[in-house]
Design a protein around this ligand. Structure first.
Ligand SMILES: Cc1ncc(COP(=O)(O)O)c(C=O)c1O
Length: 465
């Protein structure tokens, strides 16, 4: 009986070294080729290393000599080995193959406390309700439900959302005006491509605002122009572009809602100029002190695209988002979606529709709102003991912006040294300027309740003063 406890067979290289080769099951030549390829790629067989002669290797491995010759020839043809008549076979000098890949050493301290903004508590994902909804969806699925989907999205989900958004956010829409996407990231890309195709050259976005979406818009061929933000939200009087991306319910990142006067001014700008408002209602479900302010869309439904997603309520992993678009944009947006990726995965759409129509979604959002409200209160209690840190914004969402006279890079470094992950304000400005105050975006969603209490203690130590 072979002693297979001792691991893969070792072969003796001409220079006297042992080399362990993992010869997998299956055809022997292919197994030997794979084992040698792996040894070259992971650096165990470095450049110029001499391999045993075909006769010696065949003897050591109990293979036919022809098998070894064929394997060497194959790897020589791939450029990994050099074979010359009358000379030993060697490993070729190939930087990418022959040099061992040294993993980049990550010198950043490990993250122990996740206070990144805008991430919901994954441990509170309603797994049981999601599973039950999936079961019901599958139990009643027809064969065609497993076929190709509709680029606009499953009707069941569009109908559920039209009712849900009207009821909870005051959105004026219908199932025929909703387009399902794979999250806001895709939504804004689709909208930017439609605007570009219609001849627009610019899109106005809030300053500060989410950098990722500015990048998506730029990649779609539009120039982003800044709309300054103050304590009443975006300065809508400064919009010169034909379209604007805004977060009216809870400006990201400052946390202020758009002032009622500015909402009216924005609606009249849209009607007067024919401009398009893209409303990113990313966390409109989470107002902690009162009923949420309704979506801006209701003031100008023919000039507004309302955007939402499950990323804050359920989790970004689902990649499910939606647009409520004016009637004239349904077709171009649906066509852009079809060009982008055909349609969004449909069984998840049906499950979300089931969650909404059985009210399990509302129940989950209510419970999540209570949890985040409690955590926000704890965070603000802590901040009140650090007078150099000024919180901004209304009680809403999953994060708070604090500004401070302390230099932002040093603060971020202190937080990192305490194992805290959060974001700085500066990166969200269109053009970082010296005269603007630095700040921190502190999230209260991402951890568990228990983890949040520990994270706050770490933050207390990390913040100076
Ligand atoms: C400002 C803002 N908008 C929208 C989203 C949602 O993006 P998505 O649906 O692509 O996950 C986020 C989430 O990170 C966000 O921070």
């Amino acid at each position: 009986m072979s002693e297979d406890w001792s691991g893969p067979p070792a072969i003796r290289l001409p220079q006297g070294l042992d080399l362990h080769l993992e010869l997998g099951p299956g055809p022997r030549q292919a197994g030997l080729e794979d084992a040698l390829r792996t040894a070259v790629r992971d650096g165990r067989l470095g450049a110029d290393a001499r391999l045993p002669s075909t006769r010696a290797l065949a003897r050591q491995l109990g293979l036919a000599r022809g098998t070894v010759t064929a394997a060497y020839d194959q790897l020589a043809a791939e450029g990994l080995l050099l074979t010359r008549p009358g000379a030993a076979t060697t490993v070729a000098r190939l930087p990418s193959a022959a040099t061992p890949v040294t993993p980049a050493t990550d010198t950043a301290p490990p993250v122990r406390h996740d206070l990144r903004p805008g991430i919901p508590d994954g441990s509170a994902f309603p797994a049981r309700a999601w599973l039950a909804a999936t079961r019901r969806v599958l139990a009643r699925a027809r064969p065609e439900d497993f076929g190709h989907g509709d680029p606009q999205g499953r009707y069941e989900l569009r109908a559920a959302l039209a009712g849900q958004l009207g009821r909870t956010r005051g959105v004026l829409t219908s199932p025929g005006q909703i387009v399902i996407t794979s999250g806001f990231y895709q939504s804004i890309g689709l909208l930017a491509s439609v605007l570009r195709a219609r001849g627009a050259a610019e899109l106005a976005t809030e300053d500060p605002g989410h950098r990722t979406y500015r990048e998506v818009v730029t990649r779609a061929g539009l120039r982003v122009v800044p709309v300054p933000v103050d304590e009443h939200g975006a300065r809508v009087d400064s919009i010169t572009a034909p379209a604007v991306l805004l977060t009216p319910s809870h400006q990201y990142p400052t946390g202020v809602p758009l002032h009622p006067d500015r909402r009216r001014e924005l609606a009249s700008w849209a009607h007067r100029t024919g401009g398009l408002v893209i409303e990113d209602d990313y966390d409109g479900e989470f107002r902690h002190d009162r009923r949420p302010v309704g979506a801006f869309q209701a003031l100008a439904p023919d000039r507004t695209v309302y955007c939402g997603s499950t990323s804050k309520t359920l989790g970004p992993a689902l990649r499910l988002g939606w647009l409520a678009v004016p009637p004239d944009l349904v077709r171009p947006v649906t066509e852009a979606k079809e060009r982008a990726d055909f349609y969004t995965e449909t069984l998840g759409q049906l499950t979300l529709a089931e969650l909404i129509t059985t009210h399990a979604y509302d129940r989950h959002v209510r419970a999540a709102r209570l949890r985040y409200r409690r955590r926000r209160t704890l965070l603000h209690q802590l901040l009140s003991t650090h007078p150099d840190f000024t919180p901004h914004g209304v009680p809403a969402g999953l994060h708070t912006l604090v500004t401070t006279p302390h230099p932002e890079p040093a603060l971020l470094a202190r937080c990192a040294a305490h194992g805290i992950a959060l974001r700085g304000l500066t990166e969200l400005h269109h053009t970082p300027a010296q005269d603007r105050p630095g700040g921190l975006l502190i999230g209260f969603g991402a951890t568990t309740d228990h983890g949040f209490a520990r994270a706050l203690r770490a933050l207390d130590e990390a913040l100076p003063g």
